[in-house]
Design a protein around this ligand. Structure first.
Ligand code: 5AD
Ligand code: SF4
Length: 472
């Protein structure tokens, strides 16, 4: 059924036309901070604005600027405030300009207050539960020339408002970055409450979309030319259809059957919930990509327990073994945090030991950031900054060394590459991705974009490669 947001988008278009703007003459820019979920939400924001008659601008010197914010670490917030300051100058020159803030940072009461108080030139603010309210808010802002603030608070105590928001999952227009690949949400929110993490507080309770809605969306994407999809959730392994209780491996089997979809990825897997059944489904499948992102966070069993991660160093390593036994061509990547409160040198060395033994192809590394409202933020034993930085540097060089060693295994192999774009530095090259998610550059032209072609890997550089097209 068509969502009411479409009516608002049409009303916005009428207002613009009445005011003498032609379709496409007013321009928007959406800047995304943070994760794949935000990237997908931004595609919906772009789709809605295009539907209403705006066209995309490569920079912020335009008529509507949206910052889709992240708040997982403190520096993500700081970036937004820095850029907001610059926007103020642009707005002075363009009185029509609308500044819109949304995403995870808006769900933090203190940030919302700070914006109201110190950034009065912001026109519209909405929360993570209010994506489909955006057309109405923009319409109201244009029609009544009033600021619009709509942040559904994340109150997990069965709040009725939250429940009604959770139930509605309207299909919104989208504008994808790449015509041939797309993210697809399968779960929203998170129930894990890792003790450092703000996500459960800003993205709300975990809820799985209905399997049939997911499959319908993927079928529609396939008809629209998509060949690769990435199933998205904070913890995809805990997917559970609210009606027929379809689990994640079962969902994958159904997605595999959809014609036209050639590659299936998923992100993120929580090690505590990654089942043997999932490994089986992957090993039996040609479409499921050979990549698992498996956040480790720490290699110390003591720290993992204090993080509320529900696995140990040993169980993580044995999971890695099980995966590699069944899927010898898998690539594993991870997230690692240093400086969690109470982390000792011994704990840190346990993390390094896992990095040495697990064989990650690459890792995102983070310095622990204290997030108000999370249990770890109240701890007295926060780690000294210089100690953390020194550990962080050691970890980086270890990861660099290990991923260089690991990626050599691909050299000489001929592997399928989905070509994504022309190389931005060298116009004679194109850039694509292996099933293992690593980036490959090779000689080629635009005609290859969106196609899967065999490439022989010639040179490895950490987790990117140079190759040569293998003529088939
Ligand atoms: N500080 C630092 N890193 C964090 N992450 C989540 N919360 C924090 C925090 N408070 C990292 C975790 C997670 C990734 C998305 O962000 O490693 O896997
Ligand atoms: Fe945060 Fe843990 Fe949920 Fe990931 S699983 S979003 S780290 S609480």
């Amino acid at each position: 059924m068509r969502d009411i947001s479409y009516d608002y988008l049409e009303k916005i278009r009428d207002i613009l036309l009445e005011e003498g703007h032609s379709i496409g003459s007013l321009r928007y820019h959406v800047a995304t901070f943070g994760c794949q979920m935000n990237a997908r939400d931004s595609e919906k924001l772009r789709g809605m604005l295009e539907y209403a008659g705006f066209s995309e601008s490569p920079d912020e010197d335009c008529d509507i600027v949206i910052y889709n914010t992240c708040t997982v670490r403190e520096n993500a917030n700081q970036k937004v405030y820095g850029r907001l300051g610059e926007l103020k100058g642009i707005k002075k020159k363009n009185p029509f300009m609308k500044i819109v803030l949304c995403g995870c940072m808006m769900e933090e009461k203190a940030e919302e207050e700070r914006i109201k108080k110190s950034y009065p030139f912001v026109d519209i603010v909405f929360g993570t539960m209010n994506l489909s309210d955006f057309p109405r808010l923009l319409y109201q802002n244009l029609k009544y020339e009033e600021k619009q603030y709509e942040v559904t608070p994340i109150d997990r105590k069965n709040d009725e408002l939250l429940l009604s928001k959770i139930k509605s999952d309207p299909i919104l227009p989208t504008k994808r970055k790449y015509p041939f690949k797309s993210g697809v949400n399968i779960t929203y929110g998170c129930n894990n409450f890792c003790t450092y993490c703000i996500v459960p507080f800003v993205r709300g309770p975990e809820r799985s979309r209905r399997k049939e809605d997911i499959l319908d969306e993927i079928r529609a994407l396939s008809r629209d030319g998509v060949i690769e999809i990435m199933l998205l959730g904070q913890n995809v392994n805990s997917y559970n259809d609210p009606g027929d209780k379809t689990t994640f491996p079962m969902l994958l089997r159904s997605v595999e059957e959809i014609e036209g979809i050639e590659r299936i990825r998923f992100m993120t897997s929580h090690p505590k919930d990654l089942s043997n059944e999932l490994i089986e489904v992957m090993s039996a499948s040609k479409k499921l990509c050979r990549h698992i992102h498996l956040p480790l966070q720490s290699g110390s069993t003591k720290v993992l327990s204090e993080m509320n991660r529900h696995y140990t160093k040993e169980s993580y390593l044995s999971l890695v073994d099980r995966i590699k036994n069944k899927l010898p061509d898998i690539s594993l990547t991870t997230d690692i945090m240093v400086g969690f409160p109470g982390e000792t040198e011994e704990d840190f060395l346990e993390t390094c030991d896992v990095v040495k033994r697990a064989g990650f192809d690459s890792a995102f590394t983070f310095i622990y950031s204290k997030r108000d409202g999370t249990p770890a933020a109240d701890r007295r034993d926060q780690i000294d900054e210089t100690v953390v930085h020194e550990r962080f540097d050691r970890l980086l060089s270890l990861i660099h060394e290990k991923s260089s060693e690991n990626s050599k295994r691909f050299v000489g192999q001929t592997l399928p590459v989905l070509v994504e774009e022309k190389n931005s530095h060298d116009q004679s090259l194109v850039t694509g991705r292996l099933s293992q998610n690593a980036i490959v550059h090779f000689k080629g032209d635009e005609s290859l974009i969106g196609r899967i072609v065999p490439v022989t890997i010639k040179e490895s550089h950490d987790f990117y490669f140079f190759g040569e097209p293998a003529l088939s």
